[in-house]
Write a protein that binds this ligand. Structure first.
Ligand SMILES: *Cc1c(COP(=O)(O)O)cnc(C)c1O
Length: 397
């Protein structure tokens, strides 16, 4: 990861198809487009590869989460349970609908802890949003059981785990709705883009209409289409979809390269007794986009992280000290710094963030380092990297 590392002639070809016809919009202009429907093709390809009935492309991963929630009827005052370790997009997308993000602890999978989820359920809870961080997954069977028992929706954000599977089923197609980001730094990139995945006909239709101003997409005269309900514009363009189409066709190739590189580094680090790895649930197969490991304590993790930086081991993240992925540094959320007034319900609903502590999350994120696994490394580079990392960790213990 990211897919842009291997940008090449396939991506250029798909893009040129769009440029040749000049139709940059995904809907309409049937006569002008020389049969090119890149967004539609990319949706078919997502459905085929991720084994899901419906895929709806949108303009970003953040939009995908908002559209997924809206499609299932989640809005003002509803509570959505989500993890403390994720990208800021998760709570942004929930709050955009006037819903309340309820942050709970993670476990050694680096994703939602089932017990923490159970304890956070209230009469207002409508959904559990699991975020498959850094290429691996939560204990999905357990989470599903909790959701079923309480009649809650399970939403998967698998933006960082496209290509990973759970009991052979691709992530993103397991919950009631799945969300993908196809932004510039993800394994499959469109530049900017996202997708909503679902096996539910109604949610799909809602997502299709909602992401295009409520258009019902019946017939081929946009001006004459009906709008059964209000929507917004979260459309993807044909230019973006074209790039994503070329990239998605290469998903298996990308995952195979990552697995090879990941395995070399993991085997090397496995020889250090003090290093342990994140738990991958039984039946899970990672996308190998990251190698995530734990060091004995926070102090050693900080030391190793710094030494990696000083010695050219790039793209390794100690999320405990990161501004974007872990609750510890989200002062703008805790202090509710918004440009516009928030509803009373959201303000009240987020007060817990000023006092709640997340001891278990601190325990895991404080000791965790996650290293990006790149596609463009040569085997020699990976081996040298593994050697350097081993030396640095050993001398930091
Ligand atoms: C990247 C990412 C998003 C947001 O995607 P954008 O396309 O950048 O809006 C959401 N969730 C996770 C876990 C991500 O990594």
């Amino acid at each position: 990861m990211p897919g842009f590392e291997l940008f090449g002639k396939q991506e250029r070809k798909e893009l040129n198809d769009v440029l040749d016809s000049g139709v940059l919009m995904r809907y309409g202009f049937d006569g002008m487009r020389n049969g090119h429907w890149k967004a539609k093709e990319l949706e078919y390809e997502l459905e085929r590869q991720l084994k899901v009935k419906h895929a709806q492309l949108v303009s970003s991963g953040t939009a995908a989460v908002s559209v997924a929630l809206a499609s299932a009827g989640i809005g003002a005052g509803d509570e959505v349970i989500m993890p403390t370790f994720t990208f800021v997009a998760s709570f942004e997308a929930v709050m955009m609908l006037g819903a309340i993000p309820v942050l709970v602890d993670i476990d050694d999978t680096l994703t939602l802890d089932i017990k923490a989820v159970s304890e956070a359920i209230t009469p207002k809870t409508k959904a559990v949003m699991v975020v498959h961080m850094c290429g691996s997954m939560a204990h999905l069977n357990g989470l599903k059981a909790v959701c079923d028992a309480h009649n809650l929706l399970l939403i998967e954000d698998s933006s960082q785990a496209t290509g990973a599977t759970y009991h052979k089923i691709p992530l993103g197609s397991i919950g009631d709705l799945g969300c993908l980001s196809l932004d510039f730094v993800k394994i499959i990139t469109c530049g900017e883009g996202g997708a909503v995945l679902t096996n539910n006909e109604k949610y799909y239709r809602n997502a299709d209409h909602f992401s295009d101003h409520g258009h019902d997409h019946v017939g081929n005269d946009r001006g004459a289409e009906n709008h059964p309900f209000l929507g917004y514009n979260f459309r993807i363009s044909e230019l973006h979809a074209a790039v994503g189409l070329a990239q998605l066709k290469r998903l298996d190739e990308f995952v195979a390269i990552q697995k090879k590189n990941y395995t070399i580094i993991r085997d090397a680090l496995s020889k250090i007794p003090e290093v342990t790895f994140r738990t991958v649930p039984e039946g899970g197969e990672e996308s190998y986009s990251f190698l995530s490991f734990f060091l004995p304590d926070l102090e050693i993790a900080r030391k190793v992280s710094l030494a990696f930086k000083e010695n050219g081991i790039d793209a390794c993240f100690h999320y405990y000290d990161n501004n974007w992925h872990y609750i510890r540094k989200w002062e703008h959320l805790k202090d509710l710094k918004t440009l516009y007034p928030l509803s009373k319900e959201v303000k009240e609903g987020l007060k817990y963030l000023n006092t709640k502590t997340f001891k278990n999350s601190d325990h895991y994120i404080g000791r965790n380092i996650s290293c990006l696994i790149k596609l463009s490394w040569t085997e020699e580079e990976v081996k040298l990297r593994a050697l350097k990392m081993t030396k640095i960790i050993k001398s930091s213990l």
